[in-house]
Ligand binder design. Structure first.
Ligand code: ADP
Ligand code: MG
Length: 896
């Protein structure tokens, strides 16, 4: 569980000012938050908060009451730009408590009353300016119940995006499944609680805040809390039958939000089930396939989502992520999505115009959320109006669609013409963000506002005329009439021009500046009263009209939500179609059988990243009786991992409804994709221990079915050659029994011998050519295994010194003469099928001691991570290798 380190508590000052006493009282109530303490136009932070925040925000750390006994460290930010600073702290996993002056400064006599009005946490941000528009912002809870036998046991989880109101729950069973599911949901903050908190999985990545909830409600209490929030007698209307711990988790989420947000949550209007039937993509798989983040660096660029997401709207972007995270299992539903994509692929002009129109549509979902929370400002309402304005065009463009999905989707678009017309008439083109300072309501919308504005305008004209008249009367050409907040309108005369008697009698002096005097006259004050009064009343009236508009919009939230969901779907299918056309994808045939045939398949991301070089397409074919397990051999860097991943990605794309990068594809529905990527390839996580590798392998063996797709990339690398090879062999046999479609890439060419005993094993290799003694990668997958690893050739390509290379070749030669056992069979193969009964399965894994060392040395050499080494490390490793090679050399290099 990751949580930013809390600041070390600083000693409190020896003497407290009354204000500091108030501060500490509030701070004590929010010990885990950075407290933003409002003082005038600033939010101030004190003590440890100040030390921490000043370094995180790169602002100056000062001291209040410097040098005195009451001194404390302090830093501050202006309130009008506080949002940026809060966002920064929250992105780093901190919670920020916003403490306001809850009393009018004018009315207060001494210390102002202050209170925390809202706590912003990583998973609970309502200000959409602070967060990524293309990502959901989930606060999640995971609770374990039933260890004491009270409730049907296991983990429950729930997650909520307060900006959109999306709120979902599920019972997920064991901890393993929980982390898989939460991994896909991608929450920014997770609350844990219940009976098994010590089992909390360590998967939560950096930037995700985890916190423990001491007490979780019983199921009955949870149901009560939820019903009360939704103002319903029971939860029957929500289709949540049978949910246990999931509801408890939902209650934990809601309770946390209510305590921290401290305002009504009308936006959180329903609780839905987590997901229907979807392909299961484990957390490791999601990582290995680089769906949302690259393995190295955790970036978006280079991921499948990065390639896929060409959506034009924020809600479309979020839906694309969701479709990718939850590929479908139901062929009819998949076909429906494909139909929509196909139609937009075929109708290029419609697609382009639709996508241009979508660009006009703002984030309807989060804008509606703001309306629901009554936090929408004039600009937001204007954006809503504009978005609605684009809808009729979309309807017209797609009206004659033959895709059932598109037609059904259009059916839930509500253009809300009357509302849009109202917004158009009521709001100025570019309203300010402040809602109480006027300038929002359009001229001509409200007679009273117009009248008040006329008075203001008239008054100002009168004042301008007065200036002219007074200049003439006094003969002072530099006389001017100005305005400030404190003194209102005044007449200003520079000292240089102040003679004795040219100041008229009705001028009353108000203010003396270094080089000017300011005066007022009774008429000026009278007019000022009219102007300012009119302005104040106009502002108040504008605010009132604005609030009425917002209430009017709130009446249509349900339509807005449905419309927004529909637009997101159109946006996603349009985006998929656009990609399909540009990258020449085809519509895959997704069916309920076992067969998985990809012809001319490419890796979608690698293909896009290596533009100049040509990506070499490959064929992969699975069939229950003849090709269940495909063993792919070939040297390092030949393209094995790429083929494995592209096969998984094509299946995934196919089941999310997308077209796929291939010439033709038939995909038998995959229920789960499992990947195991060998230790050396899993560098980014820095946790490439053998143990982790085996844990992940165990997960596959325990959970794969005959409908699964299993990708095993170099398993068994993290241990000695023989251990690794033995494990790899046994794992392959076991998965073969399960019947999962399996691609097994390995540099253990011994594994090709599996096909001698197992019917449906196919050996393939990625072709390489030796040319002028060097290795050339052809990237072509061809039938048959390779009898050797070419590790030395690749090492040579990577620049290992010639002496080492030639020595390694010699060692290898020696080793290879001992390849067959005394019966003439390959060392690692069981006897052929006919002979099995007679001889039994006995593997001869024993070689002479020196040979073991030699083999280990070669293996070590082949595994040298040249790309990752610094020159110095490379030299040291080389020296090490040479020492070992010499040691063996001195023993004479004989075979048994
Ligand atoms: P291996 O797993 O065999 O070590 P990789 O699959 O990691 O090899 O491929 C190494 C590199 O080769 C990839 O990063 C990619 O740039 C390139 N590559 C792989 N497959 C192809 C292909 N089919 N066409 C073109 N380049 C490829
Ligand atoms: Mg590889």
């Amino acid at each position: 569980m990751s949580s930013p380190t809390a600041a070390v508590k600083l000693p409190r000052p020896k003497k407290l000012t009354p204000m500091m006493r108030q501060y500490l009282e509030i701070k004590d109530r929010h010990p885990d938050c950075i407290l933003f303490f409002r003082m005038g136009d600033f939010y101030e932070m004190f003590l440890e908060d100040a030390v921490l925040a000043s370094s995180l925000l790169e602002i100056t750390l000062t001291s209040r009451e410097k040098g005195k006994e009451t001194a404390v460290p302090m830093c501050g930010v202006p309130h009008h730009s506080a949002a940026n600073y809060i966002a920064k702290l929250v992105e780093r996993g901190h919670k920020v408590a916003i403490c306001e002056q809850v009393e009018d400064p004018k009315a207060a006599t001494k210390l102002l009353k202050r209170d925390v009005v809202q706590v912003v946490t990583p998973g609970l941000v309502t200000d959409t300016e602070m967060i990524d528009a293309r990502l959901p912002r989930y606060l999640a809870a995971a609770v374990a119940t039933g260890r004491d036998g009270k409730v049907a046991g296991g983990w429950g989880m729930a997650y909520l995006d307060v900006t959109t109101g999306e709120f979902r729950a599920a019972d997920v069973g064991d901890g393993e499944r929980l982390s898989e599911e939460l991994g896909r949901v991608g929450p920014h903050e997770v609350l844990f609680g219940g009976d098994a908190v010590d089992e909390v999985p360590a998967w939560i990545g950096p930037g995700v805040r985890g916190a423990l909830v001491e007490e979780i409600p019983e199921l009955a209490a949870a149901k009560k809390l939820l019903s009360e929030h939704f103002e319903v007698p029971g939860l029957e209307g929500f289709e949540l039958e049978g949910l246990g711990p999931g509801l408890v988790a939902a209650a934990v989420v809601l309770d946390y939000v209510e305590r921290n947000h401290k305002a009504a949550l009308p936006n959180v209007h329903m609780l839905a089930r987590h997901v229907g039937e979807a392909m299961f993509i484990g957390e490791a798989t999601q990582r290995n396939l680089e769906l949302f983040q690259t393995l190295a660096g955790g970036r978006r660029q280079g991921t499948l989502l990065w390639l896929l997401d060409r959506t034009k709207t924020a809600m479309g972007g979020r839906l694309m992520r969701r479709w990718l995270a939850y590929p479908l299992l139901d062929t009819v539903e998949i076909d429906g999505r494909q139909g929509a994509v196909a139609e937009l692929v075929a109708r290029g002009d419609t697609r382009k115009r639709m996508r241009d129109t979508l660009r006009e549509v703002g984030d309807l979902e989060r804008l509606s959320g703001k309306v629901a929370m009554r936090s929408a400002n004039g600009r937001d309402l204007r954006a809503l109006g504009r978005s609605l304005g684009a809808l009729p065009e979309l309807l017209a463009l797609l009206g004659d669609s033959s895709s059932a999905l598109i037609r059904q989707t259009l059916g839930s678009v509500d253009t809300l013409d009357a509302v849009r017309d109202l917004l158009d008439r009521a709001l100025v083109d570019d309203p300010p963000t402040a809602v109480a300072d006027g300038g929002i309501i359009r001229e001509g919308f409200d007679g009273e506002i117009d009248e008040l504005r006329a008075i203001q305008k008239g008054g100002r004209g009168w004042i301008a005329e007065l200036q002219q008249a007074e200049r003439e009367r006094t003969g002072i050409s530099t006389l001017k009439i100005g305005f400030n907040r404190v003194f209102g309108y005044y007449i200003e005369i520079t000292k240089a021009r102040l003679g004795g008697d040219n100041i008229p009698e009705n001028y009353e002096r108000r203010q003396t500046l270094t080089n000017a005097e300011r005066y007022v006259t009774p008429e000026l004050k009278e007019m000022e009263g009219k102007v300012l009064g009119a302005q104040e009343r106009a502002n108040a009236l504008e605010y009132q009209r604005f609030c009425e508009l917002r209430e009017e919009m709130a009446l249509h939230l349900e339509s807005l939500r449905r419309t927004s969901a529909a637009i997101a779907i159109l946006d996603v299918v349009g985006s998929l179609a656009d990609l399909a056309v540009e990258r020449r994808y085809v519509r895959p045939h997704v069916h309920d059988g076992y067969e998985l045939t990809l012809s001319g398949a490419r890796h979608p991301v690698v293909e896009a990243m290596i533009e100049e070089e040509r990506f070499v397409p490959n064929d992969v074919n699975f069939d229950r009786d003849t090709k269940r397990l495909i063993v792919i051999t070939g040297p390092n860097m030949s393209g094995k991992s790429t083929i494995l991943r592209q096969t998984a990605l094509v299946a995934l794309l196919a089941q999310m409804g997308s077209f796929v990068p291939a010439e033709a594809a038939r995909v038998g529905v995959v229920d789960r994709i499992f990947t195991r990527v060998g230790a050396s390839d899993d560098l980014a996580r820095g946790r490439s221990t053998f143990m982790v590798e085996m844990t992940e392998t165990a997960t596959i063996l325990l959970n794969a079915t005959d409908r699964s797709l299993v990708i095993l990339d170099e398993i068994g690398r993290g241990t000695s050659t023989f251990d690794g090879l033995s494990i790899a062999w046994a794992v392959a046999e076991h998965i073969y029994e399960i019947g999962a479609r399996t691609l097994f890439a390995t540099h253990y060419h011994e594994l090709t011998d599996l096909s001698r005993t197992l019917e449906a094993v196919e050996n393939m290799n990625v072709a390489v050519k030796k040319w002028q003694g060097k290795i050339v990668f052809l990237r072509r997958l061809v039938e048959g295994g390779v009898s050797r690893s070419y590790g030395i050739e690749v090492a040579e390509l990577a620049g290992l010194p010639p002496v080492v290379i030639s020595r390694a070749k010699k060692v290898l030669e020696n080793l290879e003469t001992a390849e067959l056992d005394e019966t003439g069979l390959p060392k690692f193969a069981p006897p052929p099928l006919e002979a099995e009964g007679a001889k039994g399965r006995q593997l001869d894994l024993f070689l002479g001691g020196d040979e073991v060392k030699r083999k280990a040395l070669i293996d070590e050499l082949a595994r040298v991570g040249v790309e990752e080494l610094t020159p110095l490390e490379a030299l040291l490793q080389l020296d090490e290798l040479r020492k070992k090679a010499r040691e063996l050399g001195q023993k004479g290099g004989g075979n048994k």
